[in-house]
Design a protein around this ligand. Structure first.
Ligand code: NAI
Length: 255
């Protein structure tokens, strides 16, 4: 049986949980060998165990995507293991509650929380691309998918810095798409709506019903539904797709 990513080498950041884990599994199912990176080393190792149990191949890497030296080390380890990089899913990210800003209006965010949010959800994407793009050039081309959000397309109350970071991820994605198109490197973003992961646990508890009501499909999405889009964007089926930001949101941004 042939997979959409047969023989490819893929890196996933934030691969220890949620969307990153499901996408790592989907990459492996489609024939890629996967470097699963996460600063929760145990979580990345668990994803690798799941991939191995399903007959796939993967390695786990630990490292903080906000630290340039650790990003470099992640990519060095990927090349040491597999010799090449073809696809990268820059997906690690955090929510406002993880910088103590749950429910805060724009003027209520602390400067430290704002800075940390930008560092994790925006600067890390640039740092990863900075180290990935030369490797994709060496490989003769490839694909990058960055995780933005519906918060990269529209505002969301009490998520100021998160929304700012995700809008900026789309801007970075479009610029890189233009800069590297002639190197046969495609760069796209995926914009998940509300997805059932640990990131949204508190939101689901506090206003899950309102979100379901507001979403045309009247449910939360599943991480595997994001993984499907990422696999497609990384595959040759998306050969003319670059600089795009695709919503997978049950219709949230259509309303
Ligand atoms: P999650 O919390 O389940 O997974 C995020 C992973 O990123 C975790 O394994 C975490 O350890 C890792 N991570 C966080 N900061 C890191 C760092 N500095 N270095 C290395 N790893 C780090 O969250 P989920 O929901 O899977 O989110 C993944 C991405 O999807 C994030 O970028 C998030 O902003 C985005 N997203 C999620 C949505 C949702 O509804 N769950 C909606 C829209 C976007």
């Amino acid at each position: 049986m042939t997979g959409l990513l047969d023989g490819k080498i893929a890196l996933v950041t934030g691969g220890g949980n949620g969307i990153g884990r499901e996408t790592s599994l989907a990459f492996a199912r489609e024939g890629a060998r996967v470097a699963v990176a996460d600063y929760e080393a145990g979580a990345a190792a668990e994803t690798v165990s799941l991939i191995n149990a399903a007959g796939g191949q993967a390695i786990s890497l630990s490292g903080d995507v906000t630290a340039a030296a650790q990003v470099q080390a992640m990519l060095d380890a990927t090349i040491a293991a597999y010799g090449r990089l073809d696809c990268a899913f820059n997906n690690a990210g955090i929510a406002p509650y993880q910088v103590d800003s749950f429910g805060q209006l724009t003027h209520e965010w602390s400067e430290a929380s704002f800075d940390r949010m930008i560092e994790v959800n925006l600067k890390s994407v640039w740092l990863c691309m900075k180290h990935e793009l030369p490797l994709l050039r060496q490989a003769g081309g490839g694909a990058i998918v960055n995780t933005a959000s519906i918060a990269g397309l529209v505002g969301l109350k009490t998520s100021g810095a998160y929304v700012a970071a995700k809008h900026a991820v789309i801007g970075l994605t479009k610029t890189a798409a233009m800069e590297y198109a002639e190197d046969a490197i495609r760069v796209n973003a995926v914009c998940p709506g509300f997805i059932a992961t640990r990131m949204t646990a508190r939101t689901r508890e506090q206003r899950g019903d309102a979100i379901i009501e507001r979403t045309p499909m009247h449910r939360f999405g599943e991480p595997r539904e994001i993984a499907e889009m990422v696999v497609w964007l990384c595959s040759s089926r998306a050969s003319f797709v670059t600089g795009a930001a695709y919503q997978v949101d049950g219709g949230w941004t259509a309303t």
